[in-house]
Design a protein around this ligand. Structure first.
Ligand code: Z15
Length: 791
């Protein structure tokens, strides 16, 4: 499509979809008109893909996820249908700034962090590979909260409102609606049971087409919105009860109202359980309806249907599918369990006990009485089949969703090599011994379309010039860059692109935050959710220690640094919020110190999201991946940084291990204890006190916080953080501090060998093509789903 044709399409949508002429079009009108014109281009491959799948009666993948952290869609879609140049020209020709039009789109923030972003990268890769697939989730009215900082530096949360404007990408499907019940009673009737729910809502489908690279294939993301069975109680209204008349509506809509803002911590809230059942049950009904339109023999279900449970959030899929097959379709119970298991896969994303979902048996029995019975029967069946087993699904009055998912899945996967081994050795050791072929590894990946080509067009251009076209969907080809890295000319180009990205980021920080930053300084970046295990406090302690040393010894050859933080804390996570507060106040004090101004700046832009990540990562020199070993299941930000030519300082945790193997140990700043050593260390009750006593820098940094230096003299302000470090320090910040400090000084030294730094940065890009989510999805297709690509 030429720029003129696209221009005509935009004008048509301006007029007929937005009801505006060009003279009166707002930025929003232009963005919507462009969105609809691009959406039109996606329809053709979307229909083609759907028809091809039906014609071949192919097995389909159903990816069930509570979260899809998509970000913006427009730029990505334009890139995938190959219209970037035409779109820029057309929009410019109509008198609008192309970047401003793209920036007008709100992020679709229907997720918290890594798990949700992974689901979004998987959608992109499934469409790129021609894997017939549906993403299923919830159409939250409010995505992840917006973060701002109060004048004192505390996190403030406000409701996010992405659906205030029309969405543009989605199609409402009023005909695809299912009634989803809750509560009520169960009546035995012969061999099965009849569940009569006490209340019910409608799940209505909203479809967004997800187009793959070069528009060869498109899949559907189907999100469910909750609606009342009857919108309005006219009787109540006629009696003058206006609030009561609208009550059924408000109640039903609550279910899809808001994303729970917790990442890697489970909140045992009834509404959350209802959300989980709501979208899982609607999706299963949709899947069975689609199957029944093509086949009649339900025992063949698993040859046509692969359902992936993204964490335990959709774990009720096991019992619900058994209920649908047994209670509602008359399949014998054990066969229903077998059939369901043959369809289901379960991805585990964490070993941390606080993230593993458990529901009180009483709550489960109250919200889903029939499912509770089925769960107990599954549990008893497993016990009968494996008499030696000691694990069970229901234990101490709780339903353990991890065990349920494991037992109801035919494959269970971890998300990095290390994590998968730990899954086998720790949380699921006994179940692994009983089912030794069930656990497989699928190391996470990221889509290179969004995270390299879209976010870093300069680097993408250099890659294409050097190794030719076609690397975007064959990212392993990045190794072909390696010979070029020996050329001074290539390295200079690589360095110049990084420098340009840094200037752009420095300008953005200047305008957004009013903080001047030197684009020639090292950009040292830690962006991720705030959690103690991710150890942002280790980073800020090192920052304080560094500041002190620079003041004491200004000419010791410090590498000038800009420390950049980004990320949100769950609103109820007191310790994480205290760390945010601390970082903001350390930044305030350090940035005001004129004597260190040239060498150290701390910036923490509020409201980190996918769009901000796209801005920060291409401009980063150093990637902070400093979690306590054994705690970060994989990490995916770590992969984005490496691909964009940042060097990593990190622990042997999650996918860091695989990154280091690929880029070479000599090109990775390793520090800290291993996962085994962390476990050992905790056996010494005063490990933290000992570490503090042994490290004058750590001691001084903690004491400085305790002196009130960052809290206007208030010595108690950060006691939550400092006391925890001194007495408990489960995440071994203190024990790893000196090792981290030393690694940072190795980073300083490396920074001054600038050409060698560039060489290593380019090696990071060249050697990490394996982290494309295309490789990950090929693994899922071959090992778990047994689905063949259609293109
Ligand atoms: C989440 O974002 C992750 C794990 C969870 O259990 C929950 Cl509830 C949310 C993250 C992991 O922390 C991260 O290491 C991993 O890369 C990501 O999932 C995707 O697998």
């Amino acid at each position: 499509m030429s720029a003129t044709e696209l221009r005509d399409a935009i004008l048509k949508h301006l007029e007929y979809s937005q009801g505006k002429d060009l003279a009166h079009a707002s930025l929003y009108d232009m963005r919507m008109a462009l969105t609809l014109a691009i959406r039109d281009k996606v329809i053709e491959p979307w229909f083609r893909a759907t028809r091809a799948t039906y014609a071949a009666q192919s097995k389909r993948v159903y990816y069930l996820s509570m979260e899809f952290l998509i970000g913006r869609l427009l730029e990505d879609a334009i890139m995938n249908v190959g219209l970037t140049e035409s779109a820029r020209e057309a929009v410019l020709g109509l008198g609008f700034d192309f970047e401003a039009v793209l920036n007008d789109e709100p992020d679709a923030a229907l997720g918290n962090g890594g798990l949700g972003r992974l689901a979004a990268c998987f959608l992109d890769s499934m469409s790129t590979l021609g894997c017939p697939a549906y993403g299923y989730g919830i159409r939250y009215e409010h995505g992840l909260f917006r973060q701002s900082f109060g004048p004192d530096g505390r996190q403030i949360e406000t409701a996010e409102d992405w659906l205030r404007q029309s969405h543009g990408w989605e199609f409402e499907r009023p005909e695809a609606a299912f009634r989803i019940g809750f509560g009520g009673t169960v009546a035995e009737s012969g061999r099965s049971a009849v569940w009569t729910p006490e209340s019910a809502v409608m799940a209505k489908a909203y479809d967004t087409p997800i187009v793959g690279w070069q528009g060869k294939w498109a899949n559907t993301l189907r999100l469910w919105g909750a609606e009342p069975l009857r919108a309005f109680d006219l009787n109540a209204f006629n009696k003058g009860d206006f609030t009561g008349a609208a009550a059924p509506e408000a109640l039903a809509r609550t279910i899809s109202r808001v994303l729970y803002p917790d990442d890697t911590t489970a909140q045992g809230k009834e509404l959350r359980l209802k959300q989980e059942f709501f979208f899982t049950a609607a999706s299963l009904r949709d899947i069975l309806r689609r199957f029944a339109s093509e086949h009649s023999d339900l025992s063949a279900l698993s040859s046509r249907v692969a359902i992936q449970m993204n964490d335990t959030h959709p774990a009720i899929a096991g019992p619900e599918l058994v209920r649908l097959l047994h209670d509602e379709r008359g399949m014998e119970f054990d066969k229903a369990v077998e059939t369901a298991r043959a369809c289901l896969g379960y991805t585990n994303h964490t070993l941390m006990p606080e993230a593993l979902e458990r529901w009180p048996e009483t709550l489960m029995a109250q919200v889903l009485p029939r499912h509770m019975q089925i769960i107990e029967r599954i549990d008893a069946g497993h016990a009968r089949q494996y008499p030696s087993r000691t694990v069970s699904i229901v234990e101490n009055g709780e339903v353990k969703m991890g065990e349920l998912s494991f037992i109801m899945a035919n494959k269970v996967n971890g998300v990095s090599a290390l994590h998968t081994e730990l899954v086998k050795d720790t949380v699921f050791a006994e179940l692994h011994a009983l089912h030794p072929d069930r656990i497989v590894n699928e190391t996470n990946g990221v889509t290179p379309r969004r995270w390299v080509k879209g976010a870093n067009p300069g680097l993408a251009g250099l890659i294409t010039e050097t190794i030719g076209e076609g690397w975007e969907d064959h990212l392993e080809r990045l190794v072909e860059l390696e010979p070029a890295i020996g050329d001074q000319g290539f390295r200079d180009r690589f360095a110049a692109i990084k420098a340009e990205n840094k200037v752009a980021l420095a300008n953005w920080i200047g305008t957004e935050m009013g903080i001047p930053v030197n684009p020639d300084a090292m950009f040292d970046v830690q962006i991720k959710r705030f959690h103690e295990y991710k150890r942002q406090h280790l980073n800020i302690l090192e920052t304080i220690a560094l500041w002190q040393e620079i003041r004491a010894n200004p000419d010791a050859g410090w590498a000038p640094r800009v420390k950049i933080f980004g990320g949100k804390a769950a609103p109820g996570y007191v310790m994480a919020k205290e760390i945010i507060h601390l970082i903001n106040n350390v930044a305030r004090i350090i940035n005001a110190d004129k004597t260190t101004r040239e060498l150290l700046t701390v910036v923490y832009p509020p409201n980190y999201n996918v769009t901000m990540a796209e801005r920060l990562i291409p401009a980063s020199d150093l990637s902070e991946q400093i979690s306590t070993a054994g705690k970060e299941a994989s990490g995916t930000g770590n992969m984005k940084f490496s691909l964009n030519g940042a060097l990593t300082i990190g622990t042997l945790d999650g996918a860091n291990v695989e990154i280091r193997d690929l880029v070479g140990a000599e090109n990775f700043f390793l520090f800290g204890m291993t996962a085994d050593e962390v476990v050992e260390c905790r056996k010494t009750p005063d490990h933290a006190a000992r570490a503090i006593a042994q490290s004058k820098r750590l001691k001084a940094a903690i004491e400085m916080i305790e002196s009130g230096a960052f809290s206007h003299g208030d010595k108690a302000m950060y006691r939550g953080v400092t006391q925890n470090l001194r007495t408990h320090d489960y995440f071994t910040v203190c024990a790893d501090f000196d090792s981290y400090w030393d690694a940072q000084r190795r980073v300083d030294r490396a920074w001054f060998q600038r050409d060698d730094w560039t060489r290593i940065a380019a090696l990071n890009t060249a050697r990490t093509g394996w982290f494309s989510s295309d490789r990950t999805i090929k693994g899922y297709m071959a090992d778990i789903w047994k689905v063949a690509p259609m293109i």
